[in-house]
Design a protein around this ligand. Structure first.
Ligand code: ADP
Ligand code: MG
Length: 480
């Protein structure tokens, strides 16, 4: 397959659904929190009862505008809602309220690892309910399905990219950056596994150098970044094989099965006219004043790209900067530590080193620990003032994480402050030398690698409290 790959260019465009983190639904007052008893978040509006009317939730519009601005989109003065008709048991009204030809956001882009990926548009819509197939739920052989309408009416923002991506890796990077953005601006959890962010990948291939895109297949049901990449890779090979055998790729929707690692045809792709879109008669077109847009613009938090650049400016490597930005909890914690004046490099070494390892091991977030930014900052200043060694710092951080004790308390309680007094250290060094006369002789006869052994002995003697530089200097002086 590898050399066949060289003959083709891959074209990818993503449609990403982000579930907006509002308290109530897009057109109804019922809550949209995850995890409630089935069918308990279902007002008559959600159930599509006759005579009810949708009322637009202003917070949904605020979040739509905020996201559009973060994606460098234009926010048109006027947008409107449309009915998209289709029949399915999880859709009580028989239509979904969406936005068709006048969406809330248009013409945007984001920069992903140096490449600009266009955003065609982003539009607001309501989610459908969920079908629970009883057979799949352990009741094998049962032939019915249950419908849970709690999710129906949950606000979604569908973000549609231009077909600008050329590899599965680019698609994954785009999706990851999009997730970073919606999380940092606080509009979406960005949790692919739980479905608060969902992605349909449109994929086509064309001969290298061709100007005309091939027919695309749309892949649904990818619920992790790695599954997205795997699904795209599988699909590229599938399409190449069809074309190489003289066949044609058909436009269709395919489902990714992450167990069997393949895509399967789900249905032929509907064209827009199949949905019989028409303007939603129960909702007025929505006028968005420039004042409204500016008010939201002024509240824009720092975006991931800007954060990475700021961290690099502080002396972090590009790699460290992106790793920390990927983990929003850690990045926000890091920002607090910086505010209290700590050295950025030392802070990031602690956060990405001991702290990240601890969190991973315990399967928790930084907010689940007792460590405060002030305490980490104090620990760092104790190291910089040479009150304790870096090694001691790395040991006591775990107690700080577990108990919330401050570094100075631990140092005092355990007598961990560093020994920098030259006379005291000389005495200890002398003692080590006296009791290791064989090694001293070997050292003097040229076995200079024993130097580390002496340092180690002094550290052992002082329980790690000796200032390493001072020990080195004294040893050199005495051993000659
Ligand atoms: P639909 O709702 O029919 O899927 P959309 O316009 O909402 O149509 O989305 C189309 C998506 O497919 C966009 O992300 C776009 O970039 C992408 N796309 C369009 N043409 C191609 C193509 N030939 N190959 C790959 N992706 C494509
Ligand atoms: Mg689509």
């Amino acid at each position: 397959m590898e050399n066949l790959r060289d003959k083709y260019e891959v074209v990818i465009g993503l449609e990403v659904h982000a579930q907006l983190k509002t308290k109530s639904k897009i057109f109804a007052p019922d809550g949209c929190e995850f995890g409630h008893e089935p069918n308990t978040q279902t007002s008559p509006i959600t159930l599509g009862m006759p005579g009810v009317l949708p009322v637009l939730n202003k917070e949904v519009v605020n979040m739509g505008i905020l996201t559009g601005l973060a994606l460098n989109c234009e926010i048109p003065e006027c947008c409107k809602f449309d009915r998209k008709q289709y029949f399915y048991p999880d859709l009580p009204k028989g239509y979904q309220i969406s936005q068709y030809d006048q969406p809330i956001c248009v013409n945007g882009y984001i920069n992903v690892k140096g490449k600009r990926i266009g955003i065609t548009r982003a539009h607001l819509e309501e989610d459908a309910g969920k079908l629970v197939h009883a057979g799949a739920d352990g009741l094998a052989g049962s032939s019915y399905s249950l419908v849970d309408l709690n999710r129906a009416g949950t606000p979604l923002l569908e973000i549609v990219s231009e077909p600008d991506m050329r590899s599965s890796e680019e698609a994954r990077n785009y999706m990851e950056e999009l997730r970073n953005i919606v999380r940092y601006i606080g509009v979406c959890d960005g949790n692919l596994e739980e479905g608060s962010m969902r992605c349909d990948a449109n994929i086509s291939i064309m001969p290298k150098g061709s100007k005309e895109f091939g027919t695309r297949a749309e892949i649904k049901n990818v619920n992790s970044f790695s599954a997205l990449q795997r699904a795209i890779e599988f699909e590229i090979d599938r399409q190449i094989e069809i074309v190489e055998e003289g066949g044609q790729v058909v436009q269709e929707t395919r489902l990714w099965d992450d167990n069997s690692k393949e895509t399967r045809s789900m249905r032929g792709k509907e064209d827009a006219h199949d949905y019989r879109y028409f303007p939603e008669p129960d909702l007025m077109p929505l006028k968005i004043s420039r004042e409204w847009v500016n008010e939201i613009k002024n509240k824009m938090p720092e975006l991931p790209q800007a954060k990475r650049e700021r961290y690099i400016g502080l002396g972090l490597s590009e790699y460290d900067a992106s790793v920390i930005v990927e983990q929003m909890g850690l990045a926000l914690f890091f920002d607090e530590v910086l505010k209290s004046g700590a050295n950025p490099k030392t802070a990031v070494n602690f956060i990405m080193g001991e702290i990240a390892a601890y969190l991973k091991e315990e399967h928790i977030e930084i907010s689940d620990t007792k460590l405060t930014p002030e305490n980490l900052s104090e620990l760092i200043s104790l190291i910089e003032k040479n009150t304790i060694s870096n090694n001691i710092g790395k040991q006591i951080i775990f107690e700080m994480l577990k108990d919330g004790t401050s570094a100075s308390e631990i140092v005092e309680k355990k007598g961990l402050s560093q020994i920098t007094d030259e006379n005291a250290l000389k005495e200890i060094v002398q003692k080590v030398i006296n009791s290791n006369s064989n090694q001293v002789e070997a050292y003097k006869n040229g076995k200079t690698q024993l130097f580390g052994f002496f340092v180690g002995q002094v550290m052992k003697e002082t329980k790690g409290r000796a200032n390493p530089k001072a020990v080195n200097d004294i040893l050199k002086e005495i051993l000659g």
